[in-house]
Design a protein around this ligand. Structure first.
Ligand code: ASP
Length: 358
């Protein structure tokens, strides 16, 4: 008799539990690999992306009480192996998920090395709607003090917060919330490696609460259908330093590059010789964007360099890797070159669906 009543009690509890689970908000977790999913060998070495998203979720029991998490493994890579082709696959997965469940928030686990690039790319395509939050970890999942579980929990908290809407794609790490346009991995290692050099983080997760420091932007653009992008053209980044040679720039057309971003010194600057070579590239039809190797700041047009005469574009607040992404999209959509500078200066998301109209 006792066994029966325990059985009834357990079933009742299970029923209530599943009814409660049904009421929890849905979150889609898309895993791409990274150190957050790494297993360490005990000697300091590890391979990124070894653990499945289910294992990562199991390590954070609190998640089961917060959300109905569906998991999807897109790729299992270190983010040093991220490519534009995978960005498009990820964008398609997100687009399809948002078509079927528009209100479902999305959390993406990602290596930290190129997380900022993926975040910025997705921010261009999905500026509004249910939150899209990227997170990663500096330490493998199996070492003492692994930061992945806390970052995953924080990312889900941010994804579920109504305050996270209208802020574009977000990156969460070490208790901080960053905007995709701003976030940058500023340290080669360490749990607190992410910063937003131009303006600081958007908010924090403290005491389990999501707190933003600023009001959300009013973002009205719709999702961009990723199928509209057939290919992201090849764009090179060339780093400037004292005594840098122009040789690397000269070979870009033969290698099939359609454009070049300069990781310039200071205000996107380069030697007279390099600038002359860039001028030649521009005459051959390559787009030239001047960004800066400096950690922060705004690269302005026509300061020490006559951009109007040379046909160059200044990258504004975009560091080289993000300037490259914007340039790839402008080329993919065949945007008239005259509009580039204004679109680089525009810190609000670009209305790509409108630009894409013939
Ligand atoms: N190399 C790793 C990656 O980006 C580093 C990390 O995840 O922190 O995938």
């Amino acid at each position: 008799m006792r066994r029966v009543s325990i059985g009834i009690a357990v079933s009742w509890f299970w029923l209530c539990g599943s009814a409660l689970a049904e009421e929890l908000p849905a979150v889609l977790m898309i895993a791409t690999g990274g150190t957050i999913a790494a297993v360490a060998d005990g000697q300091g070495a590890y391979v990124s992306g070894e653990l499945s998203p289910e294992v990562l979720v199991t390590a954070v029991p609190a998640l089961a009480e917060m959300a109905r998490l569906e998991t999807q493994q897109l790729v299992s890579i270190g983010s040093q192996d991220m490519t534009p082709v995978i960005w498009l696959q990820l964008a398609k997965a997100i687009y399809q998920a948002r078509q079927s469940e528009p209100d479902r928030a999305i959390v993406i686990t990602h290596g930290t090395d190129t997380l900022e690039e993926t975040a910025f790319f997705l921010d261009q395509l999905f500026p509004t709607g249910a939150p899209i939050v990227l997170t990663g970890a500096a330490r493998p999942a199996t070492v003492p003090g692994a930061d992945g579980p806390a970052n995953l929990l924080d990312a889900v908290r941010v994804a579920l917060s109504a305050d996270s809407r209208q802020r574009g794609v977000l990156a969460v790490k070490a208790g901080q919330i960053h905007a995709a346009r701003q976030v940058s991995k500023r340290r080669a290692e360490g749990v607190a490696g992410f910063e937003s050099p131009n303006g600081g983080p958007l908010g924090r997760i403290s005491g389990g609460q999501v707190r933003f420091f600023r009001a959300p932007e009013r973002l009205t653009q719709a999702d961009l259908e990723p199928d509209l992008i057939h290919e992201l053209p090849a764009v090179a980044i060339v780093h400037v330093h004292a005594g840098a040679s122009s040789e690397l720039l000269s070979v870009l057309p033969d290698l099939g590059y359609k454009a070049v971003v300069l990781a310039g010194v200071g205000n996107g600057n380069a030697s007279a010789g390099m600038l002359a070579t860039l001028g030649n590239l521009r005459e051959k039809g390559l787009a030239v964007v001047r960004s800066s190797r400096s950690a922060a700041g705004w690269v302005s047009a026509n300061v020490e360099i006559d951009d109007v005469a040379l046909g160059f574009v200044a990258a504004a607040d975009l560091p080289p890797a993000k300037a490259r992404i914007l340039l790839m999209l402008l080329l993919a959509f065949d945007v008239e070159f005259d509009r580039y500078q204004a679109l680089f200066n525009q810190t609000r998301p670009i209305d790509w669906p409108q630009l894409a109209e013939p």
